[in-house]
Write a protein that binds this ligand. Structure first.
Ligand SMILES: *[C@@H]1O[C@H](CO)[C@@H](O)[C@H](O)[C@H]1NC(C)=O
Ligand SMILES: *[C@@H]1O[C@H](CO)[C@@H](O)[C@H](O)[C@H]1NC(C)=O
Ligand SMILES: *[C@@H]1O[C@H](CO)[C@@H](O)[C@H](O)[C@H]1NC(C)=O
Ligand SMILES: *[C@@H]1O[C@H](CO)[C@@H](O)[C@H](O)[C@H]1NC(C)=O
Ligand SMILES: *[C@@H]1O[C@H](CO)[C@@H](O)[C@H](O)[C@H]1NC(C)=O
Ligand SMILES: *[C@@H]1O[C@H](CO)[C@@H](O)[C@H](O)[C@H]1NC(C)=O
Ligand SMILES: *[C@@H]1O[C@H](CO)[C@@H](O)[C@H](O)[C@H]1NC(C)=O
Ligand SMILES: *[C@@H]1O[C@H](CO)[C@@H](O)[C@H](O)[C@H]1NC(C)=O
Ligand SMILES: *[C@@H]1O[C@H](CO)[C@@H](O)[C@H](O)[C@H]1NC(C)=O
Length: 581
């Protein structure tokens, strides 16, 4: 017994020495919603100025072959569990408010994993991973605090959201969804979501105690549509119209404004980290959960140009992620990383950057890419299951290091299979304002940490390197419907114009990718019911969306059973230790 205690003590001591040597980095994820590849100015269009996001990328790493899932819920599930959504039953249509679906309780989240390493975890903004019972909600899934909403989106000013009524198809359940942990924040109605979420995030940074590392996830409402699915919420529509008068679509002018305000939010966050002396030990990741929704349901007038398809589809326009990462801890900075990276990789990557041992993470799909991003070394990732939606009947596998993509079926009979969105490269569009990038709060804050400040020539070089939108990419005349099987060679045809499924030289490629698809197919967990539960009606809860079910874990006997089991386990293991000695 004594020897065990000594060993434990030694371990603890070593642990202290280790942590004193290198404090785990603060991890800041800023997540945009439905923002397309062509909606940030780094990617070659100057229509929407995003100097802060751009500065983050130019000073850090621009992720070129980074893939997300096709919509909100699957992407957020993949991000927070490091697991393909097909294994969680969350691969399909995103959750409506009032649905009894959620992240499986037994799958640890990134927040829970970072908690093991001593992090203080905070979520601001969107959750969208279930809220039928208390156990589904963010503060029960590893976050110490949550300020924001549980559903897929809310109004930019009224924080209301609807779900189709299960009782009457012509009616909606409508309720308020803005809370500080569990307390509805009616008093904040009227405040602009992007600014409110930024203010709360800055408060968290200011109040943060330096002894613990910080994990902050700011999950913005922008650029999703708000309220009833059409709102493009900006503080001043007329001002937006004037400022972006060079954009033809009047709605896209509002969209441009709301993306630009989100970019300012990035600047405020980086500035707050810098003011607090935290930036020097931080990793800041910005990315969008999926491609733009230029048309159709929740149309936001975003643009994934020059890529094919929209959100919901498995074309590049739906899943090729917009992502940049900055950290002073990176070995290589100011470069375009062209290694294959999937959204599931962030969990092990951050866990590893935080000093965790990734072999503790068990059987997940994500792999540790910290050295890949920081050291620009070759990735071990050779393939990605893009998705299998067994209900809607479409799937996609990416193999051969990201070269070949096999698609089988398409979303809603090819509804969004075309090419959409503004190129932002018309003569009427403004030219890129590099001074604006150099003067951005993000760049100024980063400058304080380096003796080699960002230069104009570096910006020009990197922006050219990442720009896909040139001439030949879109030859729409060769467009195939692609409702059946499609094979694309993304190295030569990133815009997915030419279906190679019948190419005799690529038969083995098709066979091989299909084999991978079939093996993933065996692992699909059915999506389960998408029904809105009549019991969820906000009318029952003073007009607010609340959790309305009691889950298993809630129940007294289950809690007792768990407690007794743990007690037994502790007892058994100490008996075992004594026995070994
Ligand atoms: C909610 O979902 C859980 C997990 O799938 C299930 O066990 C439970 O029966 C569901 N409850 C209702 C009321 O649908
Ligand atoms: C959403 O609300 C706006 C403003 O109230 C209204 O003009 C529009 O028709 C509504 N759209 C839907 C789909 O309900
Ligand atoms: C319910 O919401 C949908 C989509 O948000 C909208 O099209 C419809 O008009 C709404 N119906 C009612 C009765 O509010
Ligand atoms: C990580 O954990 C594995 C399995 O528990 C162990 O074999 C390995 O030595 C550990 N690595 C480090 C660096 O601690
Ligand atoms: C990153 O690695 C690739 C090869 O894998 C190489 O072509 C490129 O020049 C490297 N970039 C930097 C900045 O080291
Ligand atoms: C394509 O998907 C359908 C189901 O949507 C399936 O029946 C079919 O076997 C798949 N085709 C191939 C070649 O895997
Ligand atoms: C240029 O703008 C016009 C309308 O102003 C539009 O029709 C056209 O598609 C734009 N061109 C590109 C390449 O986006
Ligand atoms: C570029 O942005 C700066 C602000 O950083 C502004 O002062 C300047 O007028 C802009 N230049 C152009 C050509 O718009
Ligand atoms: C009910 O909601 C209103 C805001 O709509 C709020 O002012 C009031 O305090 C709430 N009542 C209770 C009992 O929570």
């Amino acid at each position: 017994m004594f020897r065990t205690n000594l060993a434990v003590l030694l371990c603890l001591l070593l642990n202290v020495v280790y942590t004193e040597k290198r404090k785990p980095p603060n991890i800041i994820i800023i997540l945009a919603d439905d923002v397309g590849w062509n909606d940030i100015s780094l990617h070659g269009s100057s229509q929407i100025p995003t100097p802060n996001i751009d500065a983050l990328g130019y000073n850090g790493v621009i992720l070129d072959k980074f893939y997300t899932q096709q919509t909100c819920t699957p992407s957020r599930a993949a991000l927070l569990t490091g697991t393909y959504p097909i294994k969680l039953g969350l691969q399909g249509i995103p959750l409506n408010a009032g649905e009894n679906r959620s992240l499986p309780q037994h799958t640890p989240t990134l927040a829970e994993r970072l908690k093991e390493l001593g992090y203080s975890n905070h979520l601001v903004g969107k959750w969208h991973l279930g809220a039928a019972c208390k156990e589904h909600t963010p503060t029960k899934r590893g976050f110490d605090t949550h300020f924001g909403y549980w559903s897929g989106f809310v109004g930019y000013f009224n924080y209301e959201v609807s779900a189709p009524s299960p009782l009457d198809p012509k009616q909606n359940f409508t309720g308020f969804d803005l809370r500080d942990n569990f307390t509805p924040q009616w008093g904040l109605k009227g405040q602009y979501a992007t600014e409110l979420f930024t203010k709360k995030s800055v408060e968290i940074i200011k109040k943060h105690k330096d002894e613990t590392p910080l994990f902050l996830m700011l999950s913005h409402l922008a650029g999703h549509t708000g309220y009833n699915g059409t709102e493009l919420g900006v503080p001043d529509v007329d001002a937006a119209n004037k400022k972006y008068s060079y954009i033809e679509s009047i709605e896209r002018r509002s969209y441009a404004d709301l993306v630009n305000i989100m970019d300012q939010s990035v600047g405020e966050i980086v500035e707050a980290l810098s003011d607090k002396g935290m930036l020097e030990n931080s990793i800041v990741l910005f990315f969008s959960d999926n491609g733009a929704q230029t048309e159709g349901l929740y149309q936001n007038f975003g643009s994934s140009w020059p890529f094919r398809g929209l959100k919901f589809t498995l074309f590049e326009g739906g899943v090729r992620g917009t992502g940049v990462l900055y950290s002073p801890l990176l070995k290589n900075k100011k470069y375009v990383n062209r290694q294959l990276i999937h959204i599931t990789d962030f969990l092990p990557t951050f866990y590893s950057a935080a000093g965790g041992n990734v072999s503790n993470l068990g059987d997940i799909d994500g792999i540790d890419q910290w050295e890949v991003i920081s050291g620009n070394v070759s990735t071990k990732r050779t393939e990605i299951l893009i998705n299998i939606d067994e209900e809607s009947g479409y799937s996609g596998v990416l193999g051969y290091g990201g070269r070949y993509k096999l698609l089988n079926g398409s979303f809603s009979n090819g509804l969004y299979n075309g090419y959409y969105g503004d190129s932002g490269r018309n003569s009427t569009d403004p030219s890129y304002n590099i001074t604006n990038v150099l003067n951005s709060p993000t760049n100024l804050a980063i400058n304080k940490l380096t003796i080699k400040p960002l230069e104009k020539t570096t910006i020009e070089k990197l922006r050219k390197e990442i720009d896909i939108g040139s001439g030949s990419c879109r030859s729409i005349n060769r467009l195939y419907l692609c409702n059946d099987l499609c094979l694309f060679d993304l190295y030569v045809d990133p815009c997915e114009t030419e279906n190679l499924i019948n190419d005799k030289n690529l038969r083995d490629v098709v066979k091989d990718l299909n084999k991978k698809y079939l093996s993933y197919l065996k692992e699909v967990v059915p999506e389960g019911s998408h029904n809105v539960d009549p019991e969820s009606d906000p009318k029952r809860f003073n007009g607010t969306w609340e959790y309305w079910l009691k889950c298993d874990n809630d129940n007294f006997f289950n809690v007792m059973q768990k407690w007794l089991f743990n007690l037994y386990r502790q007892f058994a293991s100490s008996v075992l230790k004594v026995f070994i000695i």
